[in-house]
Design a protein around this ligand. Structure first.
Ligand SMILES: [Zn+2]
Length: 273
């Protein structure tokens, strides 16, 4: 037994040693090297198509134009990193609004596939609030957090099939399991469900910080982040935790941290619209 345990421990240590580490751009956070984007984007497209097919898209011209305008501006900001802060992504951007007033959610999958649910719009309130949310979601993709979560899971030796069962859903529990099931059913490996991972606190904090830089660089006042997250927080006291609030706990430390990073974000804000 003891020998077997030692062997397991050695094998685990070797696996961890083999897992490459790197420093995340901008924040300098040390992390496992994310799984290559090229392995995720095909799956992301398939899942995104499913999501769009299974839901009603908003045809309200003002709402759709607003989301596309903010999305395009955040995308251009992501593609033009100031001072080489990050590597410009080569995304095939898409911005869609899903007409679900009861769903408080938004996400950006690897490769730049973005969905905004109409239920989040009363909380984003205005264009700048929406820019903070979309900046945050694009930051997750830009910082390759999906691939990083996949690398984390691989490093602890969890198999792909198990992963689908343990990950939280960004898209929402029901939709997440449907999409994960669809991905597996479509012959995508078990890792397909990884696209619906919930992120860790480190990644949330990093997405807040980088998202504010993105919004500022796109010409939106990053100070809108404080009001946005305060509105999120007020909302979280309500009925049973909408998707976005489940995956984005808004404790007071989050808002305090956002204030700490405000001077940095303001360096990229020129006040223009
Ligand atoms: Zn997030």
């Amino acid at each position: 037994m003891k020998a077997a345990f030692r062997f397991t421990a050695l094998a685990l240590a070797a696996a961890l040693a083999l897992a490459a580490c790197e420093t995340a751009p901008i924040t300098g956070r040390s992390r496992l090297s994310p799984v290559d984007d090229s392995r995720l984007e095909g799956q992301a497209v398939a899942l995104y198509r499913q999501e769009l097919a299974q839901n009603t898209l908003s045809h309200d011209p003002r709402t759709v134009a607003l989301v596309r305008r903010v999305g395009e501006r955040i995308a251009r900001a992501a593609e033009n990193p100031p001072n080489g802060l990050w590597t410009a992504p080569n995304f095939q951007w898409e911005f869609n609004v899903i007409d679900k007033p009861g769903t408080v959610n938004a996400y950006c999958l690897p490769g730049g596939k973005i969905a905004v649910f109409t239920g989040i719009l009363p909380i984003t309130a205005d264009e700048e609030g929406l820019a903070i949310v979309m900046g945050h979601e694009v930051a997750h993709a830009l910082m390759r957090h999906h691939g990083e979560r996949m690398a984390d899971q691989a490093a602890v030796g969890v198999g792909g099939a198990v992963l689908g069962a343990v990950v939280g859903a960004i898209v929402g529990r029901a939709a997440g399991s449907t999409l994960a099931g669809a991905a597996v059913g479509a012959g995508v490996s078990g890792a397909g469900s990884l696209l619906l991972l919930s992120f860790g606190r480190n990644q949330e904090s990093e997405a807040d910080r980088v998202g504010m830089i993105l919004a500022a660089h796109a010409g939106y006042d990053p100070r809108a982040a404080v009001g946005l997250w305060e509105r999120m927080r007020a909302q979280s006291g309500g009925r049973g935790g909408p998707e976005f609030l489940r995956t984005h706990p808004t404790e007071s430390s989050r808002i305090a941290e956002i204030r700490t990073h405000m001077p940095e974000a303001l360096q990229y804000y020129r006040g223009g619209k």
